[in-house]
Design a protein around this ligand. Structure first.
Ligand SMILES: *[C@@H]1O[C@H](CO)[C@@H](O)[C@H](O)[C@H]1NC(C)=O
Ligand SMILES: *[C@@H]1O[C@H](CO)[C@@H](O)[C@H](O)[C@H]1NC(C)=O
Ligand SMILES: *[C@@H]1O[C@H](CO)[C@@H](O)[C@H](O)[C@H]1NC(C)=O
Ligand SMILES: *[C@@H]1O[C@H](CO)[C@@H](O)[C@H](O)[C@H]1NC(C)=O
Length: 295
């Protein structure tokens, strides 16, 4: 009991210091390692920076999942997915090899590629019905998945893969920029390209890490109709939170297998459209023997 109180005092002091630094760590904006609704130390941490605001946001987020999947008697899946997300966040990053100092960098797509993306996108946004691009299908999420609050803010999908030329050009452009950012890699193996995902009003993306082979990745902002910038919250390799904002045509390169990333502040606006591009870096045989065990 005495130990617990003592630890508590130390912990809160550390939090206040880091808040004064204008920096905060995990479990402040959203449950990332622990569920702050049930763990008093984390509850204190978020209160000291945000008051009750984030607690309320997360309570609404999670009870939305419970309500929606509870109708099908599947609320237990919400609990399972949240536990998996938090466990992965806690266990995975420390086991990964980091290839850059910070873990992310902001850049932009090349002019040619940007033209192709815009052409593809225009075909869809030209058919605007109300405020959301018309005719877009809901993206399907596994039942009880808690990465997004798709139960109140459905995400939409316009598959860029149906345009092989644009897909190829995007892969090539991102790869050439990754080569500069991670020069020690001898090559980059394509893992996946995903999107265009269109987040809608009120969207939240719970902070998470990606699974192997989604290692060296990019987020491209294709289009947005927002009232205020919608930050990607990314944790650098030292565990500090950063808000990264993008304009259309800009992108973030990041080490998605070790950098915790999410959009815990609800989207204020109508939509926000992104493409995700994933690679796995490869190394010459000498270096690879050091890296294989870790990934
Ligand atoms: C899309 O998802 C939302 C929220 O889950 C739901 O209300 C809506 O009916 C879905 N639309 C379609 C076309 O399935
Ligand atoms: C893709 O590129 C090829 C070769 O440049 C071209 O012939 C073809 O028309 C392009 N396809 C589309 C859908 O733009
Ligand atoms: C790599 O980065 C992650 C977080 O981004 C961190 O948890 C981990 O300790 C770092 N690994 C090393 C060896 O520094
Ligand atoms: C990120 O933005 C949110 C919302 O505007 C803000 O409350 C939070 O303090 C910011 N986080 C950092 C690390 O600056």
């Amino acid at each position: 009991m005495i130990t617990a109180v003592f630890f508590f005092a130390l912990y809160s002091r550390w939090i206040i210091l880091s808040a004064a630094d204008d920096q905060y760590g995990v479990d402040t904006s959203f449950p990332i390692h622990h569920n702050f609704l049930t763990q008093s130390a984390q509850l204190d941490a978020t209160k000291s920076v945000f008051g009750h605001h984030r607690i309320q946001t997360y309570s609404e987020f999670f009870s939305g999942c419970l309500r929606y999947y509870g109708k099908m008697n599947k609320a237990y899946l919400c609990h399972q997915h949240e536990e998996q997300r938090l466990t992965l966040n806690k266990m995975q990053p420390r086991k990964m090899t980091n290839y850059t100092d910070v873990g992310f960098v902001k850049t932009k797509v090349s002019d040619d590629v940007w033209k192709m993306i815009q052409q593809f996108w225009k075909k869809h946004v030209d058919r605007v019905d109300g405020n959301i691009p018309w005719g877009l299908h809901n993206e399907s999420w596994p039942e009880g998945n808690t990465y997004t609050n798709h139960w109140t803010s459905p995400t939409k999908l316009v598959p860029i893969m149906v345009d092989p030329n644009a897909t190829e050009a995007i892969y090539k452009d991102v790869e050439s920029q990754l080569r500069v950012w991670i020069p020690q890699a001898t090559s980059f193996r394509r893992s996946n390209i995903y999107g265009i995902r269109v987040y809608t009003s009120g969207s939240i993306l719970a902070p998470h890490v990606d699974r192997d082979p989604l290692v060296s990745s990019a987020i491209i902002n294709v289009d947005q109709r927002v009232v205020e910038p919608w930050p990607l919250e990314a944790y650098d390799h030292e565990g500090r939170a950063h808000n990264l904002t993008l304009l259309p045509g800009e992108m973030i390169l990041y080490e998605s297998h070790s950098v915790l990333h999410g959009r815990p502040f609800a989207l204020q606006g109508e939509y926000y459209a992104n493409i995700f591009v994933h690679f796995k870096p490869e190394f010459d045989p000498v270096q690879a023997s050091n890296d294989n065990g870790e990934l």
